[in-house]
Write a protein that binds this ligand. Structure first.
Ligand code: HEC
Length: 157
């Protein structure tokens, strides 16, 4: 009897450790970087109440989508969230060769990774980027992008 209890408490401790490690992994930095915003093309604006979002990406990603090609590895998409005319946060998606292998199949969003950057360029460790992936996974057939069609229609001048 004594041994059984010992095993159960040991198991409970192990589950606790696994849970903690799992949570930490979600909140840890991943491979996504904050790019130089000035090099990107602003192709869509979304306004919702006090929030203004400028959505931007690289000229290469725009060309690929317009030509029906996959977005090349190394591409960034940035959603700059402005409130009171100041940057409130940057939501970033970045694609990298083989980056999908960092996640198990349930969570994977192709080779895209997601991150929330504060205005000072540091990441928001309170965010679990699995949430970003869960929502964007409904766009798996459109490069995990919500603004895929805007991008296709966007005229580069
Ligand atoms: C509940 C759903 C949902 C969640 C969660 C979510 N997004 Fe999005 N995301 C959207 C929608 C919808 C848009 C289109 C713009 C809009 O309507 O605001 C978008 C747009 C974007 C874009 C611009 C490219 C595109 O897909 O059109 C980026 C970059 C982005 N999100 C990153 C993130 C990051 C990073 C996170 C997590 C920190 C995140 N998103 C969480 C729904 C979501």
């Amino acid at each position: 009897m004594h041994h059984v209890f010992k095993r159960i408490s040991c198991l409970a401790a192990m589950v606790g450790v696994i849970f903690l490690v799992g949570w930490r992994v979600d909140a840890e930095p991943n491979r996504t970087t904050l790019p130089d915003i000035a090099t990107l093309v602003h192709y869509s604006t979304v306004t919702r109440g006090e929030v203004t979002e400028h959505i931007m990406t690289t000229p290469q990603a725009i060309e690929a989508v317009k030509n029906g090609q996959p977005v090349p590895a190394g591409s960034h998409f940035v959603l700059v969230d402005y409130r009171d005319n100041k940057v409130f946060r940057y939501f970033v998606m970045e694609k990298g060769q083989g980056w999908g292998a960092d996640y198990d199949e349930n969570r994977r969003t192709g080779d895209w990774q997601f991150q929330w950057f504060k205005p000072d360029g540091t990441i928001n460790l309170a965010e679990n980027t699995a949430r970003c992936q869960a929502c964007h996974s409904s766009r798996a057939d459109r490069e995990f992008l919500y603004t895929f069609n805007e991008l296709r229609r966007f005229e580069v001048d």
